[in-house]
Design a protein. Structure first.
Length: 117
């Protein structure tokens, strides 16, 4: 299994896309629909209507990567947020790709302590 760098930003396209779309169509979606820069240090994720496929688009130094993951029997649990563009951490993206509902995951809040006693 591959792992993405933890400093990458991750953006999910909320609505399903036509999976015949290639790099050119997806970069146009990033620019026009998501209002983001496809050349940014980021991963852009898209899903099909059945949510059994995910495409990841990212730019690296001299060209674009387009990765596809297809599930045979299950489906991906896409976050149910209202924003047009959903932002995740790379860790959350890996959870999503592993079949975990990232909206159901809750961490303990970060605490700031000023003394030990």
């Amino acid at each position: 299994m591959f792992r993405l760098d933890s400093d990458l930003r991750v953006y999910l396209h909320r609505e399903p896309v036509d999976f015949r779309a290639g790099i050119n169509s997806l970069t146009a979606l990033v620019e026009q629909s998501m209002q983001l820069d496809p050349f940014a240090r980021a991963v852009f994720a898209f899903h099909n209507r059945k949510r059994n496929r995910v495409k990841l688009l990212l730019y690296e130094r001299s060209g674009f990567w387009l990765m596809l993951k297809r599930l045979e029997k299950d489906h991906f649990v896409w976050p149910r947020r209202k924003q047009a563009v959903i932002e995740l951490t790379t860790e959350q993206l890996h959870w999503l790709l592993d079949g975990i509902d990232v909206d159901a995951m809750r961490r303990h809040p970060a605490r700031q302590y000023h003394h030990t006693s």
